[in-house]
Design a protein around this ligand. Structure first.
Ligand SMILES: Cc1cc2nc3c(=O)[nH]c(=O)nc-3n(C[C@H](O)[C@H](O)[C@H](O)COP(=O)(O)OP(=O)(O)OC[C@H]3O[C@@H](n4cnc5c(N)ncnc54)[C@H](O)[C@@H]3O)c2cc1C
Length: 495
């Protein structure tokens, strides 16, 4: 398996594949992981959960700042009452997220060909010839393009990328400033801007910047800027246009331009080539959802790809990746487009719209629905009619087993599926899938509570996929279990 791109999506996917025993390598254009600035500002609740499912959430939590980060169009949404072990987001810059992910991938012994890039590929019936510079190539069964918004893999595969052109752009940079800047968010006729120290703490929900040190700058431009690398001069001019001064900006360590271009790959797969993360969807950073969506794409795809490569499941399993993840990103595109409008320059009519939306967001039901969407906690894959848990994330319950207490997420650390029998011990038989699925007899006495939906009836058994989504629930019988096992984990006795 070859993954083009070692950003957050590629790294997560590599980890998932390595856990499943797949021979995988990453080809990454950047010479080192920290060779760019901090784009994304952190992780949402569901992403923290998926990292917890792999037993690595603490690595991120100890470095970041836990806070109520959810917001929609400028309205803060508190999720502290949500039924999850992580009812918050995590402030942590992307370079740190990538460093921690890269450390995990290193422990899993995934080779990363750094300073190399995928320049093309050719696929046939048995695999993909992945081209590298200097006439070198790698042969793989599958190639996954995790190579970002300008994805070469997407372009070369001919997969269409329909959507909307940018209406606005902003410069984002890290630099020093001679004068003390006006820290915080600033709105004017151009739109929204922000200046903050790279180092900060969250105290009582408030961001407290450290004194001195590099400044993280985000300044909206008057009109969508040209393609190509922006310069210190562009930054200085944009700052002067907004703040009347550039605060003596100097020692630029990183600069980039982002836009609200909104596009999504028409298909996430073309035979042996797949797309994930920004390669499959781009949108404005409003609500901070891009990295989170990419990491969760990887967690949806990894185990499926592993089962196909390991010959446990037929190739058709890969079609469920597009079927499940395309609608998730389509919803992100929609909500970021709506937020872009709410972030537009001050104008009486837009102010009225912002007030109206913020009034709505202060009501409990809209708050819960929007916050569950933005945090990723309400994601529901359409697996047909049935118990409300079907297709939704399995809550991290505290179970009791014959061997003592057990957290559900602990069962998922190795990215292996689990069948939880909460009824009569020994009442479920999965001998034909032995070795593929963990079967655990357990008891759980508490309420089953899901985000937005509230309390749901307790199932007698739950089949949990490696991505933490529920593939089947029992109601006292094993009706439908064999079908679910075959659909998700291959035909009986196939290994
Ligand atoms: C200002 C800003 C703020 C943001 N804030 C948030 C936020 O708070 N939360 C959030 O979730 N998201 C946020 N995002 C979005 C987030 O940064 C992206 O969604 C995320 O980086 C996507 O990860 P990725 O791995 O899919 O792609 P990328 O991070 O773009 O990684 C792609 C990798 O592929 C490599 N590559 C490219 N081409 C090739 C090639 N041909 N061969 C080999 N390697 C190649 C690149 O070097 C890169 O390392 C923000 C973005 C911006 C601009």
């Amino acid at each position: 398996m070859v993954i083009a791109g070692g950003g957050p999506t590629g790294l997560m996917l590599a980890g998932e594949l390595a856990l499943a025993g797949v021979d995988v390598a990453i080809v990454e254009r950047r010479a080192s992981q920290d060779h760019r600035g901090a784009r994304a500002g952190g992780l949402h609740s569901r992403t923290i959960e998926v990292l917890d499912q792999r037993g690595v959430a603490d690595r991120f939590l100890t470095e970041g700042q836990v806070a109520q980060v959810q917001s929609f169009g400028g309205s803060r949404l508190d999720i502290s009452d949500f039924p999850t072990r992580h009812p918050y987001g995590l402030g942590l810059w992307q370079n740190h997220i990538e460093r921690i992910l890269a450390g995990w991938v290193r422990e899993l012994a995934v080779p990363i060909y750094r300073g190399r890039e995928v320049t093309g590929f050719a696929q046939d019936d048995t695999g993909v010839e992945v081209e590298l510079p200097d006439g070198q190539s790698l042969r793989a069964e599958y190639l996954v393009g995790c190579d970002g918004g300008s994805s070469l893999v997407r372009k070369e595969s001919g997969i269409e990328f329909p959507g909307w052109d940018p209406t606005t752009s902003a410069l984002i940079a890290e630099a020093e400033m001679v004068e003390e800047p006006e820290l915080g968010i600033h709105r004017d006729a151009r739109g929204i801007h922000s200046l903050g120290r790279l180092e900060y703490e969250v105290r009582d929900g408030e961001v407290i910047y450290k004194n001195g040190g590099p400044v993280r700058i985000m300044v909206t431009e008057g009109h969508p800027g040209p393609a190509g690398e922006p310069t210190l001069r562009d930054l200085s001019e944009a700052l002067i246009a907004v703040y009347g001064t550039d605060y003596g900006v100097h020692s630029l360590t990183w600069i980039s331009r982002f836009t609200d271009m909104t596009r999504q790959a028409a298909s996430y797969r073309d035979r042996r080539v797949l797309l994930a993360g920004d390669a499959a969807h781009v949108h404005s950073p409003a609500g901070g959802q891009g990295l989170n969506t990419g990491v969760q794409d990887a967690v949806n795809l990894g185990w499926k790809l592993a089962q196909v490569v390991n010959r446990t499941s037929p190739k058709g399993l890969l079609d469920t990746y597009h079927a499940e993840r395309h609608p998730v990103a389509a919803r992100v595109l929609r909500n970021t487009m709506a937020q872009t409008v709410l972030n537009r320059p001050a104008d009486s009519r837009l102010d009225a719209l912002r007030d109206t939306v913020s009034e709505l967001m202060r009501m409990d039901e809209p708050r819960r629905r929007f916050a569950a969407m933005l945090s990723g906690l309400d994601i529901h894959y359409d697996l047909g009619e049935g118990h409300p848990l079907l297709g939704r994330r399995m809550p991290d319950l505290d179970l009791v087993t014959a061997d003592g207490p057990l957290r559900v997420f602990t069962l998922l650390h190795d990215a292996r599926p689990a069948l939880l029998n909460l009824g009569e011990p020994g009442g479920l038989d999965i001998t034909s899938w032995a070795g593929r699925i963990q079967l655990i007899d357990a008891k759980y006495a508490g309420a089953w509570e899901l985000p937005v939906l509230g309390v749901v009836s307790a199932p007698t058994a739950v089949l949990i996929r490696p991505d933490g989504h529920v593939a089947w629930t029992g109601d006292g019988t094993d009706l439908g279990l064999r079908d679910a096992l075959t659909t998700w984990f291959g035909p009986p006795g196939a290994v």
